[in-house]
Design a protein around this ligand. Sequence first.
Ligand code: XLS
Ligand code: NI
Ligand code: NI
Length: 440
Amino acid sequence: MAKKSYFDVQKINFEGAGSTNPFAFKYYNPEEVVDGKKMKDHLRFACAYWHTMRGSLKDQFGDPTAIMPWDDGSNSVDNALKRVDVFFEFLDKCQLDFYCFHDRDIAPEGATLAESNANLDKVADKLEAMQKATGKKLLWGTANMFGNPRFMQGASTSPSASIFVHCAGQVKKAMEVTHRLGGEGYVFWGGREGYNTLLNTNMKRELDHMAAFMHMAVDYKKKIGFKGPFYIEPKPKEPTTHQYDSDAATCLNFLRAYGLTEHFKLNIETNHATLANHTMEHELAVCVDNNALGSIDANDGTPNLGWDTDCFPTDLYLTTKTMLAVLKMGGFTTGGLNFDAHRRRESFQIDDMFLSHIAGMDAFARGLKIAAAIKKDGKIDQFVADRYASWDSGIGASIEAGKESFESLEKIALSQPDPIATLKSGRQEMLESLFNSYIK
Ligand code: XLS
Ligand code: NI
Ligand code: NI
């Protein structure tokens, strides 16, 4: 008997830039070698279970619009198991090699933690079998500790110790399932780890608790032999007014302060960067400079709206700058590009699931190629290197080597002419124009 198919759409193949077929890749050619590596190995695209399978496209003003005939709308394990079949057909047809999930996306929450765990195991069995059958891989897993009302005042940072206890049990299980499914990493996104008012909040205590939680997770990771890194995913706000993992620098400071640096990298999401009033390239640069870029939640925001709109990333400047950062760090190891994105509410047809991912994948394929061309050409790198040339020898090199002091430098300062004459133009506009010249 032929396998039941949930989609009319055929497998999406690479047809080249000349193709006018909307259901084809124009740029994403998985096997094509760019900068010494296959595109698929550079990009490591992942599909977000919560958006693709569970996103109904409702918003705070309107009901769901997504058409999902395979989903009976129930919270049953059977329905959850059926979604797995649909999902793997989608991954295959869209040539998405990886996926990511929260525990509660894949399996329904039960009346007790034990029941939830049992549900999770049943779905994990099926995911494991489907991974084996298809070669698809789990990029990372995570626990949803923000949706259920019990997390309304925080998860590991809740004022209630009993909530912390529950979270420990939940994350322990989510880590086990991630490990069993060969997950390459594990994410902590602290959606409710923050506050809405300091009037009722002991911030110091909450941060201490969050760190204690992370240390327990590290201990347990060692115990079960989970080799993948942990990632913290920074976000400054929404749903909380202030989220403790505000941005990359804040997360790195937290990790340093609590002695956790070696066990964590960061998972950087574009729309979270912009909510923090940073650019994506800033957040990525902070990570790359600190050897802390683990993975990327690839999406985009709507700059004139102040929330996490999780749009599919289609802006070539964004994808190019993102891939430049990835190339700069030498490529992903365990991480990848997870489309933490959902199509717009108006894009309600089933085939929009495909079109939206194609748009993101093609935009990143182009971004990769452009970034590789920028890297190969080397002009921008050379400009930056030249700009700091005064640090390569003489007094600059001596300062960098730690050989100078205020006293030794004062002597030079008092005798040298006004150093403004040593400055050269920053040439921002010229560089922007040069950058433009690669976008094709
Ligand atoms: C929400 C986050 C979330 C994480 C995983 O804004 O992006 O989806 O990626 O918990
Ligand atoms: Ni995310
Ligand atoms: Ni997000």
